[in-house]
Design a protein around this ligand. Structure first.
Ligand code: KOT
Length: 839
């Protein structure tokens, strides 16, 4: 069998005093040390790239020391610990974040200066690992930052994809995708753990032994190898782990006989096959395609993580106290980030029953009091369903367990809620209603097996309780909770906008807001203060100029830093309605062209920026990207207009780009069809950075508007509860489109923006019903109210003092949206864990 070990060795090496780089001299010496003794390049070279790796390795020394201390402390105290399991993390660059959290930014800046470099250039050498698609992955990373900062005994588990989310290039054809090789030159942040390896099985069969015990045997066997990424908290010693797994075949699988017989490629067959499993991030954001490889990824993540959790639980118990499985859920809590890690449920059952010898009832009690599930979407096409046939073949034992959970659920309903029996067909886990394609409904498995299910904003959690999971809610009303998302104030204000941070600290007379974001309300009393307004405006301008320079570098387009910076950045999706945005831009363009020179003088100059990646096979989303770029071509080159309007597509939107764009934004767009965006988290980042929001009453917009005040929010559009009614009315042919909407569509049809075929895009807005038609996302419905809201924006921007005041109030009201608040609520209300600070 494969070796499985996480234990600290019995022959421990005593720790040596580490030369802590506390000041610039120490830091510089440490960087130099790494340049010489951890060489990855010719030692004679010390260009920015080499300086980056040496600097990162020097920071890593400090991180590893704290990470070891944290592990040892958790080990000693043995508190209840949470494991956050997620298929995605969008960590962003780590260097500036790490030195910021360690409080060493000035020391590193000074040290690099001594060595002939400037920190900013060095920071820019780092690749942005994009091991996630969008909001769900970035949320996981914000959560890790908060868990570490709050000293919580909590860890993340994920996968080590070789290629993260694709790199987006914009050409005349529109979006093109290229592999993003974040490991091209190795990552200085990961620690490979050759001592943490677990066996993973696929396929095979289930044997029933004479005592009735079941055993999964045969099939393919490979290994999961751990890599640890230390996650430092802000102003605390606590440094937790993000443990990511890589698939490999057991070394003995290399076929030396084949190799020696000249079959060089065949010899490495199994190795190659295993490597494919973690080769790429599944490029799905709210779309799911049944793919065997994806299921293998999900299982690898769950199995390796659960084996690791069980091994640690046993190890912490065996020292002086014997362990009781009944204590497991008092020591372990597992949070599933959406349904992607659902296999954690049958895997925990399997390990407890087949490997540890527990009976079903005991295993079920333990499992269902350990796991909790967060839902991140109500879009029906994003609810994971796996083919029963595929599941039974790849994971025969798990399929048995899932079927048994379903059977017992049916029995339970029959016993305690016979009135729900006619609803069972929609509540059950196994859905065999389509005999050609029986499926496993992962969300139902999660709801039935978890002690807690939560949505990510109040409106979304209400929709879960009243619609998606209404019957489950009537069965288990206390199971459902809300945990409104949040973002880390470190990365999303303190570090990405040092200018604004300095001002906030000055006016609040403390920097405690960085860990207690509610303190921002203290800015309200100064919102009218001319001095603060002047300083605030200057910080915004500096951030706008920095971003303008970036845009000039990557697009070649010159941007007027005095224009209103209007930004929509997020994954491209019809429900997010980038189309609504660009249609209104076209309308604006037309109207500006109709103005007299005198009238033009009064117009508010705007730079409209959109960015985001379209799923590679999502044709409609790609057409939207193309349209934005085509509109930009025409508008930006029209000399009558370009001083009043520019349209820019921000290429390759990622965490790093967001860190530049958000602080520069004055207006940001969160304009999804009401009821469709579970929460949104960039809306929180923009509001925190004093960017006003134009938006619908969707997701967390609702709560943001409550917090910052409705006068500081440009609201428009249908309400969630009206959406089904409006769709129905449209089906009945009762919708009368606004003439301005027709005018804009005709303008596109006229060929003004080139000869690309926009037919399919425009057709989605026509008709009353049908797949991809009938304006399902209500673009035409909301168009007039959106234009009105946009006019209010122009009007408000004319009064700069008032605009700045609204901007200050926006930041002042954003305290609720700290992920520290969110994580504290998870810790208290779901995980039942307590802080465990390293002394
Ligand atoms: C993707 C596939 C299946 C299920 C859910 C998703 C998903 C949802 N990916 N990202 N999300 C977003 O998650 C964010 C964090 O909670 C939300 O703010 C956002 O509204 C979701 O769209």
């Amino acid at each position: 069998e494969n070796s499985v070990s996480i234990s600290e060795s019995s022959r421990e090496i005593p720790p040596i005093a580490h030369p802590t780089p506390e000041d610039a001299f120490g830091v510089a010496a440490n960087i130099q040390y790494h340049a010489h003794y951890s060489p990855h390049f010719s030692p004679s070279k010390f260009e920015p790239e080499q300086a980056f790796f040496s600097t990162a390795e020097s920071v890593r020394d400090t991180l590893i020391q704290r990470w070891n201390e944290t592990y040892a402390h958790f080990h000693k105290v043995d508190p209840k610990q949470t494991y956050y399991i997620s298929m995605e993390y969008l960590q962003g660059r780590a260097l500036s974040n790490a030195i910021g959290n360690l409080g060493l930014t000035d020391a590193y800046a000074a040290a690099l200066y001594k060595l002939g470099h400037d920190l900013e250039t060095i920071v820019e050498q780092e690749k942005d690992p994009a091991l996630g698609n969008g909001g769900l992955g970035r949320l996981a990373s914000c959560f890790l930052d908060s868990m570490a900062t709050l000293n919580l005994p909590a860890w993340g588990y994920g996968l080590r994809y070789k290629y993260g989310l694709f790199k987006q290039k914009i050409t005349a054809k529109g979006q093109e995708e290229y592999a993003e090789d974040w490991l091209e030159k190795f990552s200085p942040w990961e620690i490979v753990r050759h001592d943490v390896v677990y066996p993973i099985r696929f396929f095979g069969e289930v044997l029933v032994e004479s005592d009735g015990k079941r055993k999964w045997v045969g099939g393919e066997q490979l290994q999961a190898l751990a890599y640890d990424i230390p996650i430092p908290g802000y102003k605390t010693k606590n440094t937790i782990s993000l443990r990511i797994w890589e698939a490999r075949s057991p070394p003995q699988d290399f076929d030396l006989y084949a190799f020696n017989a000249g079959k060089h490629i065949n010899a490495a067959d199994l190795q190659f096959k295993a490597q494919q499993i973690c080769a790429v991030l599944y490029p799905g954001d709210e779309t799911e395609e049944g793919k065997l490889l994806r299921l293998k990824q999900q299982y690898l993540l769950c199995s390796a993580s659960l084996q690791d959790i069980l091994a640690r639980f046993k190890e912490r118990r065996s020292k002086d106290k014997p362990f009781l499985w009944a204590e497991f859920s008092k020591k372990v809590s597992v949070q599933m980030n959406d349904t992607h890690p659902t296999l954690a449920i049958p895997e925990l059952m399997r390990l407890l029953m087949d490997e540890e010898g527990l009976g079903w009832d005991e295993a079920w009690t333990i499992t269902s009091s350990t796991v909790a599930y967060t839902n991140h979407t109500v879009l029906p096409e994003a609810l994971e369903k796996w083919s029963q046939a595929v599941m039974a073949k790849l994971l025969p034992r798990h399929f048995e367990i899932i079927a048994e959970i379903d059977k017992q659920f049916h029995a339970l309903v029959g016993k305690i809620r016979p009135d729900l029996e006619d609803k069972l067909s929609s509540l059950s886990i196994l859905d065999s209603s389509n005999p050609d394609k029986p499926v496993v409904r992962m969300a139902n498995l999660c709801v039935i097996s978890s002690h807690t299910v939560n949505g990510v904003a109040e409106l979304h959690s209400d929709i879960l309780k009243k619609e998606l999971f209404a019957d489950f809610n009537s069965l288990w009303p206390t199971k459902f909770q809300n945990k409104t998302n949040g973002v880390t104030p470190r990365r999303w204000l303190r570090f990405c906008s040092p200018e604004l941070s300095t001002i906030i600290t000055k006016w609040l007379r403390t920097d405690e807001w960085v860990t207690n974001l509610d303190l921002l309300t203290g800015l309200r009393q100064f919102a009218d203060d001319k001095q603060l307004q002047t300083e605030w405006a200057a910080a915004k301008t500096a951030n706008k100029q920095r971003f303008a320079k970036y845009l000039q570098d990557v697009t070649g387009i010159e941007v007027d830093s005095n224009s209103l910076f209007d930004i929509q950045i997020k994954r491209i999706h019809e429900y997010k309605r980038q189309l609504l945005n660009i249609l209104s831009v076209i309308y604006r363009y037309k109207k500006i062209k109709e103005l007299s020179k005198g009238e033009q003088m009064k117009a508010v100059p705007r730079t409209v920026m959109l960015g985001g990646k379209a799923f590679a096979t999502y044709a409609q989303a790609k057409r939207i990207v193309k349209l934005v770029n085509d509109v930009g071509q025409v508008v930006n080159n029209d000399r009558d207009v370009s001083h009043l309007l520019k349209v820019i597509f921000i290429p390759n939107y990622n965490v790093t780009v967001a860190e530049l764009a958000i602080p520069a934004s004055e207006l940001s767009q969160h304009i999804s069809t009401a009821g469709m965006e579970a929460s949104g988290t960039s809306n929180m980042k923009f509001a925190l950075n004093g960017s006003l929001i134009i938006g619908t009453l969707d997701g967390a917009n609702v709560e943001i508007r409550e917090e910052i005040g409705k006068n500081n929010f440009f609201l428009f559009g249908a309400r969630a509860e009206d959406v089904p009614i409006l769709r129905k009315q449209r089906e009945e042919g009762k919708f009368v489109p606004d003439p301005r909407f027709e005018e804009v569509k005709d303008f596109i049809r006229s060929g003004k923006f080139g000869d690309y075929d926009y037919g399919p895009l425009l057709e989605s807005l026509e008709g009353n019903t049908g797949y991809g038609r009938g304006d399902y996302f209500l673009v035409g419905q909301d168009f007039p109210s959106y234009l009105e809201a946009q006019s209010k924006v122009d009007e408000a921007y004319r009064n700069q003092a008032h605009w700045i005041k609204m901007s200050i109030l926006s930041t002042a009201g954003s305290g609720k949206f700290s992920s520290d608040r969110t994580i504290l609520q998870y810790a208290q209300e779901i995980w039942k864990i307590q802080a465990c600070p390293v002394p």
